[in-house]
Design a protein. Structure first.
Length: 349
């Protein structure tokens, strides 16, 4: 999540939003496929392969890092857009830990659009004339962005007939907070201008109660507590986030709900809302979210639990309604893949 972006070791843990990759971006021209017409720019991103992705196929690892569909990642590789340690890689090549991965992401000259697409698993949890709250599945972005080719919450709402005409950047109209691509759960979108203004202010001034459930490796000690550690860019890898001395003030409260042999289910409350806050804080304590390979999770445990992304769920949001001030609390149930992981752990005793 962004633990959520309202939008998430000692000095280094973390990762950038899944629809981005790399450090030191630079532009270069890419000839049109037919040899004619306009030339378009592409963006090159450079990053090391995290240890957790070692042994994965290039297309699978790229999909995990960028939050792309497997087919979209394969298309980038097939177009010659993936270079590993200076050698162009095929989609079926295997990644090695620490290898340098260079990815070419074409940039569209057209304005970013949230293409209306019905999204399987995205349901409406609450709606009225001012706001709509959705149950966001993993692998869905909040809104369109450069390099993201998958579905978006705003596109899903458009397909469902919702018309959002608030101020703000065109492709982010109505967005008052975000969830990471790989994070599921409740997300609220403003429909009216008064809701947009009021909710932006509420998130900024920490007037929204944001609760997450996270399945982390091991057993945090103490079982309930507060993590107060600043978060900023990873000092060695710009595409990551980390606990750093010069980072932004970040506070996470947690309680253990259930303990298993290999993991713990936590109730997490965010006092601040830094990018990847939950993921960074627990990785810094050596208790990464299960399935979060970018932040050091055990790939064998992830496979055993059937996880293809971090086990992190935006469980509930509570806030004053922008129209009349009444308290609104919206709760999201676990999706099937997260329930399955818990079932596996409970069966193991």
């Amino acid at each position: 999540m962004t633990a959520d972006d309202d939008a998430e070791r000692s000095d280094a843990v973390g990762a950038r939003p899944h629809n981005w990759v790399g450090t030191r971006p630079h532009k270069r021209e890419v000839p049109p496929p037919d040899g004619g017409g306009e030339r378009r720019l592409s963006t090159d991103r450079l990053m090391p392969v995290p240890e957790g992705l070692a042994g994965m196929r290039v297309d699978a690892g790229l999909a995990r890092l960028l939050g792309l569909s497997r087919s979209a990642a394969a298309a980038i590789a097939e177009d010659g857009g993936v270079v590993v340690d200076g050698v162009q890689a095929a989609k079926s090549d295997r990644l090695k830990s620490g290898a340098w991965l260079q990815v070419r992401l074409p940039e569209s000259p057209a304005p970013l659009e949230n293409t209306p697409v019905e999204i399987e698993g995205m349901t409406i949890l609450y709606s009225d004339d001012d706001i709509v709250a959705v149950d966001k599945p993993a692998a869905v972005a909040a809104h369109a962005s450069v390099g993201w080719t998958g579905t978006t919450v705003l596109g899903g709402l458009a397909a469902a007939g919702y018309r959002i005409t608030t101020s703000g950047v065109h492709e982010r109209q109505g967005i008052v907070h975000r969830l990471d691509v790989g994070t599921s759960g409740v997300m609220v979108v403003a429909i009216s201008e008064r809701a947009y203004t009021a909710l932006k202010r509420a998130f900024k001034h920490r007037l929204v109660d944001k609760r997450y459930h996270a399945l982390v490796q091991g057993h945090p000690d103490p079982s309930s507590g507060t993590i107060d550690a600043p978060i900023g860019r990873h000092p060695g890898h710009e595409w990551k986030f980390a606990v750093t001395r010069k980072g932004r003030h970040s506070i996470t409260h947690y309680d253990t709900l259930e303990a298993f042999v290999a993991a713990s289910l936590l109730d997490v409350q965010l006092e601040t809302g830094r990018t990847h806050q939950i993921r960074v804080h627990f990785a810094a304590l050596r208790h990464p979210c299960c399935g979060d390979l970018v932040y050091g999770a055990d790939p064998k445990l992830a496979n055993r639990l059937g996880l293809e992304h971090q086990w992190l769920h935006a469980r509930s949001l509570a806030f004053a309604h922008p129209a009349d001030g009444r308290r609104v609390e919206i709760v999201s149930p676990y999706p099937p893949d997260l329930r399955h992981a818990l079932d596996v752990l409970r069966a193991e005793g």
